[in-house]
Design a binder for this molecule. Structure first.
Ligand code: CMC
Length: 376
């Protein structure tokens, strides 16, 4: 559809609000959380530190971090009736549907957390701690594995892997996922964060906002591109076929997943970091196949279209090397982005303004009402 003058379809380039949480410098390829460069955070911090940073606007002290980790350990346990509900969901449900329904259901058991306002920080921590448990509970059930335990001694990344794989991850595996969680934790007003803020701007509660966000992330135009990157690698099969398959797709005007970005005009800094982690994990597993194929795909796409990789190009290869099934990739994204969603909701509550754009009406007016009995 061609846009009518004055209509910003998709709200492209519309600056809707002020925020201190996340800055994307699309020209220089920088991503900043609360003032800190993502490269420093990925090299030196943990997901727990980043979640604290997003919520409170400053890095935690050692004592504050220890306190947050203890809270996560406690908050991982779900109310038993919710565990029963998750265990009775159809086994063929998608994990994103399970997540959306369970986030909404969790609110029923947390009446004190559902009041919008300052106290929502408790709900932010509760949701961030609970998402891996929700996913693990469902995934273990559908794969016939034993129920999980809260394992308060594990970091969020290690716990997520333990919940999904039913084994303790190695240090390298846990760190690879920790870095992925840091890199996915926020990205300014992406569609799911905007959905969360729209919900919060009506003074609705945090759980409703995060339910909106999970439903929005589910769409393949937002979450999900990394799953499709792995489909492409499977289709390519061997490095020799890379050039032919990619060129053929480009000739048919198909999109190559994991490339291009609305905001970054250069390489997405998250892709640079994940490329290195894909190599590291590949080396540790003695399997550099995905890494090498992706390097070839990058070469061809850049030569043919001048496009750069985005965050989704390498993340799926890391998850696949960890034996995580494709339908868990977007839920893992959610288990990280929940920190950003909730930080934005807290910010919205502090500077609340109902988000309510207008539409340009292009329909009819002044039609004459015809009574039902007279309509042919
Ligand atoms: N493969 C092939 N061609 C592409 C691609 C791609 N991945 N991305 C853009 N193009 C082409 C597009 O066909 C168009 O070419 P032409 O001018 O010849 O018609 C040109 O580049 C501009 O495309 P556009 O859709 O106007 O660009 P955009 O900046 O609005 O698109 C995008 C951004 C992410 C929707 C798009 O690059 C895309 O579809 N990428 C593949 C899906 C993907 O990897 N999504 C994950 C995005 S990162 C997630 C996050 O940041 O949270």
């Amino acid at each position: 559809m061609v846009a009518t003058p004055g209509v910003q379809r998709g709200l492209e380039d519309v600056v809707a609000l002020e925020s201190r949480i996340c800055f994307i410098d699309g020209v220089r390829g920088r991503l900043i959380y609360q003032g800190y460069d993502i490269r420093d955070l990925a090299a030196q911090s943990t997901f727990e530190e980043v979640a604290y940073l997003l919520w409170y606007g400053r890095l935690p002290t050692a004592a504050q971090l220890a306190d947050l980790k203890t809270r996560f350990g406690t908050l991982r346990t779900l109310p038993p009736p919710l565990v029963e509900r998750i265990e009775s969901m159809p086994l063929e449900s998608t994990p994103m549907d399970v997540l959306r329904t369970s986030v909404s259901a969790l609110a029923l058991f947390e009446p004190d957390e559902t009041k919008p306002g300052e106290s929502s920080i408790g709900g932010a921590q509760r949701l961030t701690a609970a998402l891996p448990t929700i996913l693990g509970t469902f995934h273990r059930r559908r794969t016939g594995r034993a129920p999980l335990r809260a394992r308060p001694e594990l970091s969020q990344a290690a716990y997520l892997l333990y919940a999904l794989l039913d084994r303790d991850p190695t240090e390298l595996e846990a760190r690879a996922v920790d870095v992925a969680l840091i890199l996915h934790a926020d990205h300014e007003l992406n569609a799911s964060t905007f959905a969360a803020r729209v919900t919060a701007s009506t003074l609705s509660d945090l759980y409703s906002a995060v339910t909106s966000a999970v439903g929005t992330l589910k769409g393949p135009l937002h979450g999900g591109a990394n799953e499709r990157v792995m489909d492409l690698l499977n289709e390519i099969g061997t490095p020799e076929l890379c050039e032919t398959v990619v060129k053929d797709k480009l000739a048919k005007h198909e999109r190559i997943m994991g490339f291009g970005h609305r905001v970054y005009k250069v390489e997405d800094p998250r892709a640079t970091i994940l490329r290195e982690w894909s190599r590291k994990v590949g080396e540790a597993k003695g399997n550099l196949r995905y890494y090498e194929l992706l390097r070839r795909v990058e070469e061809v796409v850049h030569r043919e279209k001048g496009l750069y990789p985005n965050v989704d190009l390498y993340s799926g290869s890391i998850y696949s090397l960890l034996d995580l099934p494709h339908d868990l990739f977007t839920p893992i994204f959610a288990a990280s982005r929940v920190a950003g969603w909730t930080a934005h909701v807290l910010e919205e509550y502090q500077d609340l303004r109902l988000i309510r754009p207008t539409a340009k009406y292009v329909g009819a007016v002044d039609l004459t009402y015809v009574p039902l009995a007279e309509r042919g």
